[in-house]
Design a protein around this ligand. Sequence first.
Ligand code: GDP
Ligand code: MG
Length: 440
Amino acid sequence: LSDRLTATFRNLRTKGKLTPADVDGTVREIRRALLDADVALEVVKQFTGTVRERALGDEVNKALNPAQQVVQIVNEELIGVLGGQQRRLEFAKQPPTVIMLAGLQGAGKTTLAGKLAKHLKKEGHTPLLVASDLQRPNAVTQLQVVGEQAGVPVWAPEPGNGVGDPVRVARDGVAEAKRKQFDTVIVDTAGRLGIDAELMKQASDIRKAVDPDEVLFVIDAMIGQDAVTTARAFQEGVDFTGVVLSKLDGDARGGAALSVASVTGRPIMFASTGENLDDFEPFYPDRMASRILDLGDILSLIEQAQEAFDEEEARKVAEKFATDSFTLDDFLKQMQQLKNMGSIKGMLSMLPGARGMREQLDNFDEKEITRTEAIIQSMTLQERHQPKLLNGSRRLRIAKGSGTTVTEVNSLMQRFEQASKMMKTVAKGGMPQVPGMGPV
Ligand code: GDP
Ligand code: MG
């Protein structure tokens, strides 16, 4: 699908001015890509509406390269909805800073409590964890385990004290933090599998009781289309100041991020990326934008390829193929041009739809280019222009001179012959193409 998106952008690129039909076609593909990434339908509609409007406007028509402009608009809008610049935690002027966590059961709150505690401790804070999830029998123990891993103390209700009141535990926990001068308090709360009035009231009561500086809504990135209903319910029921996207290590494309940010207007502050306490990072809107559309960095890719594979040079090479004067020097020049494109692997990973290309990516060996360079540079000029001269003893000399083996020299010669043959065919049909990229 994202290959189709790429194709759409490529088609656009060859045109001078965009017609409304071009824009509609592109918008349709973006819509598909967003739905594919599990962005909620209402959010998709709103997003594509904005993109369409801007794409039909003046900024595109006056642009030198309208398609690039459209790519840029899509990217800008995505990053804009995802929160632009990332926001950091706000700390209370008067400690302790109280951070409350809310979200469905299994969203990753307790794990996040540990991650956050560890992170804050590393930054020189003195956090206290508070176990206000008394819903599940082992919830308190789970937080205690996590606290131990993070090296952070846990405030929990006395065991055997009956059912316990989560609101009171939260209030007592904060009081304890004041008494013992902890500078941050992280309040873990209970969740249910579905949205539930009682749960919401409990969370809202905890919020009233501890008056937190931050309420973080933790949501599983794999939640898909339910993201919108869940986020809205928590916004109405408890309200929150920031969002944490968990389980981003899974293969979710991250559509939930766009849905939640779009309908709640709250910033996504952190990303949780695994079960270990260190799998935790600030949320980067620009990276998420690329992940959602799998656009890679089309723009810089196009630019890099254009610079590296200079058209004039390509034309000359093509002529040589046609006239049968393609030499090892030309072969080397081609290789070097490939190297100019920077890290080939890095480049391929920027390609949209790169997932399908991973295999090719792994097969591409940059050392191979370096070796080829060494071998060709060990040849005399005459040898480079008349490869037929390369008999056994010459090949041995070249191998020694380049620090390679005769087998490697032979294999290079084989590839050179294959390349000349193949390129001759291509030359009859037109310009040679950048390998693996198709016409740019
Ligand atoms: P809670 O019910 O909201 O407190 O969720 P938990 O913190 O207990 O997490 C539920 C499950 O998800 C546990 O098995 C966690 O190990 C797992 N989990 C939490 N965060 C992540 C994450 O970022 N990535 C992955 N792969 N698993 C996670
Ligand atoms: Mg929990």
